[in-house]
Ligand binder design. Structure first.
Ligand code: 13P
Length: 300
């Protein structure tokens, strides 16, 4: 049997849904019931009736889904699909920061381990980071773990004292000013849209800075016809599907996240067949992480 039909049949038998992040391979996005950014997907999973979720993405995303849906079975088809950025900070690091900066509030990007979320005051995503930092009553903030997103927030909220952690995403951070200048000169009529995990020198050249969802929404409502996309290449699939009359150029062919590309159709079939790999979150950590995520919903 064709593998996509097999996946469909297994989904029905198991009463499961498959969700995929915007950076997943094209064929994974095509078999998914929902495609989007990690927080949107976690919220969808919490609202759905199905008790089994196959999360095609990286570890912290499936973990966040489990935090918001602790009674559901959350499966990550490739257990080694991680996020280098999320792994650049630990709960012990947060303890040390708290000692060093006792009167600071901790705002933590969703790309982080559950144990770090649990020790944070509030979580943010790349789409609401500015709003969260602006609205949190404390003027002293520690922003974890992405320094580029943190710098972007700092620039937009200059009235606050923001301490940054030195984490970064390999896929976004390796793109330099020269890459952006070259793409702009190759496509002079195109707008440059970049993710805030990019370096400041790239962000400065952009026409728009936003999360994957914000980039997709910007393109849909823009009258422009050509766009240079400064985020992971997988997003081109949705962009092209939703805007067949517009043209897209990836900022650099090196904008590929190897972790996101680990999940292939056979991984999804195996996940459904053998109900693997189940993601669980330590009970002591779950409650704190849930509190910080719920606070984001209130503030954001
Ligand atoms: P979004 O929240 O914009 O989808 O970003 C996810 C991500 O991991 C960026 O590297």
């Amino acid at each position: 049997m064709d593998i996509t039909k097999e996946i469909q049949k297994l989904k029905e038998e198991k009463n499961a849904i498959v969700v995929a992040h915007n950076y997943q391979n094209k064929d994974i996005q095509e078999i998914a019931d929902f495609v989007g950014d990690s927080f949107y997907l976690s919220k969808i999973c919490a609202q759905r009736q199905e008790k089994m979720i196959i999360f095609c993405g990286v570890y912290f995303m499936a973990e966040t889904t489990k935090i918001l849906s602790p009674h559901k079975k959350i499966l990550l088809p490739e257990i080694n699909a991680g996020c280098s950025l999320a792994n650049m900070i630990t709960a012990d690091d947060v303890d040390r920061l708290k000692e060093e900066y006792p009167d600071y509030s901790i705002v933590c990007y969703i790309n982080s381990p559950a144990s770090v979320k649990a020790k944070s005051d509030v979580i943010c995503t790349s789409s609401n980071a500015i709003k969260i930092v602006r609205n949190i009553p404390n003027n002293k903030i520690i922003f974890l773990p992405d320094r580029n997103l943190g710098l972007f927030v700092k620039r937009n909220v200059p009235e606050k004292d923001i301490v940054l952690w030195d984490g970064f995403c390999f896929t976004h951070s390796k793109i330099k000013k020269d890459d952006a200048l070259k793409a702009k000169s190759d496509h002079p009529d195109a707008l440059l849209l970049v993710h805030p995990e990019c370096r400041e020198e790239v962000i400065e050249l952009a026409d728009f800075v936003g999360s994957t969802k914000q980039i997709i929404d910007f393109v849909i409502s823009s009258p422009a016809k050509e766009f240079i996309i400064g985020t992971e290449i997988g997003i081109l699939h949705s962009l092209k599907n939703l805007n067949p009359e517009k043209r897209f150029y990836i900022l650099s062919q090196r904008m590929i996240c190897p972790e996101m590309k680990k999940t292939i159709l056979t991984s999804v079939r195996e996940a459904l067949l053998h109900e693997k790999y189940e993601i669980n979150v330590d009970e002591n950590v779950l409650e704190g992480a849930q509190r910080a995520l719920i606070k984001m919903l209130k503030i954001g």
